[in-house]
Design a protein around this ligand. Sequence first.
Ligand code: MG
Length: 374
Amino acid sequence: MTRPVNVAILGATGSIGQQTLDVIDRNPARLRLFGLTEGRRSAKRMAEYVIQGQAGEPDFDSRVREMVTDPRCDIVAVAIPGARALAPTLAALEAGKEVALATKEVLVMAGDLVMEAAGAGRAQGALPERMGIRPIDSEHSAIWQCLWGEDWANIRRLVITASGGPFWAHPDLDLDQVTVEEALNHPRWSMGPKVTIDSATLMNKGLEMIEAHHLFGVPLAQVSVIIHPQSAVHSLVEFVDGSLKAQIGVPDMRLPIAVALGYPDRLAGAVPPTVLEDLGPLEFYPLDEARFPAVRLARGAAQAGKGRPAVLNAANEEAVNAFLAREIPFTGIIRTVEAALQAFPGGGTTLEEILAADRWAREFVRINSAGTLR
Ligand code: MG
């Protein structure tokens, strides 16, 4: 491409959004900031679109739609959290844009709809790695990189690595008693409070398993989670011949962002090189699903489908908020999600039904977390 690639960022004020701006700034010959959305803070950015406000405001939503479907826009980086990312992601994919996706909820809630939209915008006979969606989640970026040049029919298993969070290495700890401060103390990655708590419950891995299942078109039974406390191996792919490919790097989100924006090229100097001698021993352990039932719960929800993954995601988000507000104990998070899944009447195929399932789950948790789920 002779001109720089035009990148629009949905959610420029968050951590991923800021790091995406950083990657663009460091690669001016390759990447150009085409537009961005943010909260109320002043952008002071040169771009075709600088959209301030919140999703749900009619003017904001129509401007976002205009930006992500603009013929000059090449890549849409989606970094706004939660269900609000769904409609603009679908609009971008339907317009044939490449989407660099950081918001895992988009695939967890509506994986079938989103992958259908991604497929509809692609040319026939495209390379298998051209999915329309370029993952920014580090595990999925790792798997994607392991798959470049491979025939996807040769995948035996995707292996998602988990640091295990702050509690995994302390099997004698009573998880009913752990505090918000202890749960927020993640050993490896510095992240926002929601994803840090999800790492401690391992729900983050449950959501990532569903994300991988949709993104790579692999059955849930062929996606597994393994504990790897050093977080150096970001994930792996096992092939039918017994070969195992891993992607290794420093834990820095600018790498998956640079991979997503630079594809099929690599952007030089995106992160400091990995010094293998400094990594020390790399350990791998099986996931204890009895102590950390989130992955099992997520697999069941995804297998049942029909709105349940949306309920899992929304109930978890509300339960994490209740825990952070000190309304429920740490173990109450997963109990809450399980109760919501059991009570859910079912239904959720269209976008409207999926959003209704999301609202139902939030309402369920708000009503119940005050009483029975303590
Ligand atoms: Mg991740």
